[in-house]
Design a protein around this ligand. Structure first.
Ligand code: IPD
Length: 293
């Protein structure tokens, strides 16, 4: 006789079926974002360095519905709402429905949907599947742990630039005063050592730009888990390094992502002691993250 597993202990989805559901959800939310880019948007909350839109909430609900149709027992930990079950679950979705909300709110077409499937491990959670979708460029990055990352279905890799002074480094300017100060220090420190600094306003896209070699590194002093859970895995699967440091506050991290070759040349990495290790063959991750993607 076959037994149905209890709701609290769902069997894990196969990574390929999880990827298919996440891609479906990302495409649907991306279509909604694209439809609304140039329209007036309802602002639910406005702070000095942050905006929350009604559309963020609508996109997260849509994503949750699509994922729940495929995997009803897997909870969602998202920027716009956290299912309490996600802290204890064996698996959870980590969702940023619109990463780059401020860009999107101002009509700047640089924002993305980010969805990761994380699985519980002995010391926390680890991303197994990652999807980042930029609906404005129709760029879809996907990764399954242990396999190569893909951009629009084709294998993608980090850059091979070995020198910081030839590199494009992206910085994130987050929301809190302490992370803004740290970002200013990074800016002053790095700006004369790199070819160009870019500050584009979407952590998920900064990570995927590293994954496909458009950027050589991305540094941010205070992101949240939903900004980086999918993109971090995509960087690792593209052969790069993704080093995070847990910060005080819930699901908060500092991070340095890079092609791996320039990690140790980033002054911030030296200062914080964040160590990157050589990346294994075939894009599999050997990077020790203090908290994993
Ligand atoms: C933000 C963006 C931004 C980064 C912030 C994030 P949100 O995410 O990724 O680039 O600098 O740290 O919070 O709020 O637009 O989803």
């Amino acid at each position: 006789m076959s037994r149905t597993p209890p709701a609290s202990a769902p069997s894990l989805p196969s990574n390929s079926s999880a990827l298919a559901a996440a891609v479906d959800a990302a495409h649907q939310a991306g279509a909604l974002m694209k439809q609304h880019l140039r329209r007036a948007k309802q602002v639910n909350e406005s702070h000095q360095h942050d905006i929350k839109l009604e559309l963020d909430v609508r996109c997260q609900k849509l994503i949750t519905r699509v994922l729940a149709r495929a995997f009803p027992a897997i909870p969602v930990l998202g920027e716009e709402g956290i299912d309490a079950a996600s802290e204890q679950a064996v698996a959870r979705w980590v969702v940023d429905p619109i990463d780059g909300t401020v860009n999107f709110a101002y009509g700047i077409p640089h924002a993305a949907v980010s969805i990761a499937l994380q699985v519980r491990t002995a010391d926390g959670f680890r991303s197994e599947v990652g999807v980042v979708y930029d609906p404005f460029m129709d760029d879809l990055w996907t990764a399954i742990r242990g396999k190569p990352a893909r951009l629009n279905g084709r294998i993608t890799r980090v850059s091979t630039r070995p020198r910081l002074d030839e590199s494009i480094v992206s910085l994130g300017f987050a929301k809190s005063q302490d992370s803004l100060k740290a970002a200013q220090a990074d800016f002053l420190e790095l700006t004369h050592r790199v070819r160009k600094i870019r500050i584009m306003g979407s952590a998920a896209l900064a990570l995927t730009y590293v994954a496909c070699g458009r950027f050589d590194a991305y540094v941010e002093a205070g992101v949240r888990l939903w900004d980086i859970a999918a993109g971090g895995l995509i960087v690792e699967c593209a052969g790069g390094s993704f080093v995070t440091q847990a910060l005080p506050g819930e699901h908060r991290y500092g991070l340095i992502a890079s092609n791996g070759l320039i990690h140790d040349q980033i002054p911030h990495a030296r200062a914080s002691g964040a160590k990157s290790k050589p990346v294994g063959p075939k894009g599999g991750s050997k990077t020790p993250s203090r908290s994993r993607s």
